[in-house]
Design a protein around this ligand. Structure first.
Ligand SMILES: Nc1ncnc2c1ncn2[C@@H]1O[C@H](COP(=O)(O)OP(=O)(O)OP(=O)(O)O)[C@@H](O)[C@H]1O
Ligand SMILES: O=P(O)(O)OC[C@H]1O[C@H](OP(=O)(O)OP(=O)(O)O)[C@H](O)[C@@H]1O
Ligand SMILES: O=C(O)c1cccnc1
Length: 488
């Protein structure tokens, strides 16, 4: 069994209310009614122009292992007010639904479905909590990482956040998401072993404290490691740390690779410039300067503007906790359900807040790109039975401000939601993590720069097809006119 337990049974990792609803559906003999739920988020995280989808691999592990054990059933018998018949139903429960999803690394936007779960209403209901838990966190971290990548240019980005992550699982899956989003390596050795992420590490202040001075610590490290990056700011970066690192490098000669020095405090623009001068003067122009200390896209961008001489960035807390926005806020909404006569009926959740009104009907998202250069034109959300690929021209309009519109010709339309599980069977073959990272990079390249800038990006169009829009307005009117249906 691996430590990141891909075989973990997380069946009870669900909210009590999901099982309570399952019990009601069961008692009313509605448990097998066909239903479609969709995951979407309402606002772009960090005010970013795009989000990077992540979490699918963990969702797949979770679904594969869904199964109520005897111990789970006994626990529910003790804690809940469930009938014996319902508990027997759970004991025999198997996920037999269909899941369609964006791929990890895909760019996703607010107010479009990014995961779709279709099956019996009972099974769809059960998986809400875990799917949201996984996708919300990993997509958030991958997006934060992509923002940091966007200002770091081609510089190596090291993920250092395990000590500050919200517990173990977040550190591990979070660093995987950060890798997809644009980081190059992690300090977490377990994540390296389990996911194949390159690992990277320097040393801490404690090494210098333990030896009492920079020289003895660096010398001892150099005698025990070929590749050396010395942390130079324990006492005084310019007066002691860097001179002693150079002294040790000279003494050790080609017994070591003097790969770098790390700065972890102070004015990193000023210090890095002085350190660069010292290293160059000493004949170490290839020795890199690493920086860490509460870095994020803002500090890195500012340091770049100040022409700081930093080559490698270690980023911990701010990426692994998505520091400035703790949750993505993705939701899971019922969009269509079978009525008592076996007919699928679209459903809507109304709200006084226009943004919170869900879009009814089973849908597909089409990424519309120009045929000429493959660049993005926007996303076109249709009802599932529509196929814009057969259209010669596409009329795209803003779903709230409909006077904002354009007609597109000569376009390609690619579906975002792809089959992952079909009738309970995994039909999707996962790429390697490296391929996923490469894919994330490629699709980011297709987005116009206006949507990618870190501050105040243009809003990427996510439009509804005329049919999807008409369907929504029809349902809103129906319900406002007192026409709530009896489906039972
Ligand atoms: N030239 C700079 N421009 C912008 N931000 C910087 C610059 N130099 C450092 N920073 C950032 O400023 C913050 C300084 O934080 P803080 O005051 O905690 O660090 P410190 O006092 O240098 O070190 P310590 O962590 O040991 O207290 C960090 O987020 C760091 O990344
Ligand atoms: O600042 P982050 O982006 O989270 O990067 C990780 C931090 O972890 C280490 O510090 P340590 O835990 O020793 O504490 P410190 O921040 O007080 O130096 C390292 O020196 C970085 O400063
Ligand atoms: O390797 C490092 O330098 C490192 C690892 C974790 C946290 N801070 C720094």
């Amino acid at each position: 069994m691996s430590t990141i337990d891909v075989n973990a049974n997380l069946t009870l990792h669900t909210d009590d209310y999901e099982i309570n609803m399952m019990a009601t559906y069961f008692a009313k003999n509605m448990q097998n009614r066909h239903a479609v739920f969709e995951v979407y988020f309402r606002d772009m995280p960090f005010g970013n122009g795009y989000a990077v989808f992540a979490g699918l691999e963990h969702v797949i592990d979770y679904i594969k292992n869904l199964n109520f054990t005897d111990a789970d059933i006994e626990y529910l018998r003790k804690e809940g007010d469930y009938s014996d018949e319902f508990l027997e139903y759970l004991r025999n429960f198997k996920f037999q639904g269909t899941i369609r999803s964006a791929y990890e690394g895909d760019l996703v936007f607010n107010n479009e479905p990014i995961v779709q779960v279709e099956g019996t209403i009972a099974e769809c209901q059960l998986v809400e909590t875990a799917i949201l838990n996984i996708v919300n966190y990993q997509t958030l971290i991958a997006t934060k990482a992509a923002r940091i990548r966007s200002v770091a240019g081609n510089d190596p980005l090291l993920e250092f956040g395990s000590r500050r992550a919200q517990e173990v699982s977040a550190a591990l899956w979070g660093t995987r998401a950060a890798y997809i989003g644009g980081f190059d390596a992690t300090s977490n050795v377990l994540a390296g072993k389990e996911f194949g992420i390159p690992i990277s590490g320097t040393h801490a202040h404690s090494l210098v404290e333990a030896f009492g001075n920079d020289y003895d610590a660096f010398k001892a490290y150099a005698e025990t490691h070929k590749d050396c990056v010395f942390l130079v700011d324990t006492f005084d970066t310019l007066k002691s740390g860097v001179p002693e690192a150079i002294r040790v490098a000279r003494e050790m000669g080609d017994k070591i690779n003097f790969n770098g020095v790390r700065i972890d405090s102070g004015d990193m623009a000023y210090i890095s410039k002085r350190v660069r001068e010292m290293l160059d003067k000493a004949g170490y122009p290839d020795t890199k300067i690493y920086a860490s200390n509460d870095l994020d896209e803002y500090t890195i961008s500012s340091l770049k503007m100040q022409h700081a001489k930093i080559n490698v960035w270690g980023v911990g807390t701010k990426v692994i906790t998505a520091f400035d926005q703790p949750a993505l806020g993705a939701v899971y909404k019922l969009v269509s359900v079978e009525d008592k006569d076996g007919k699928m009926v679209d459903t809507i959740k109304l709200s006084n807040n226009a943004e919170k009104v869900s879009t009814p009907g089973k849908k597909q998202v089409w990424r519309i790109t120009e045929k000429k250069d493959g660049k993005s034109e926007g996303d076109y959300v249709t009802l599932a039975n529509e196929d814009p690929r057969v259209e010669k021209e596409l009329y795209m309009f803003h779903p709230q401000y409909t006077y904002i519109n354009k007609t597109i010709t000569n376009f390609n339309a690619e579906p975002l939601l792809k089959d992952i599980f079909v009738d309970g069977k995994l039909t999707y073959k996962s790429p390697t993590l490296k391929e996923t990272k490469q894919y994330a990079d490629t699709v980011r390249g297709l987005l116009w720069p206006e949507y990618k800038r870190m501050l105040n990006p243009e809003q990427y169009p996510v439009d509804l097809s005329q049919e999807a829009w008409d369907n929504k307005i029809k349902l809103i009117k129906q319900i406002r006119n007192g026409g709530q249906k009896r489906l039972q």
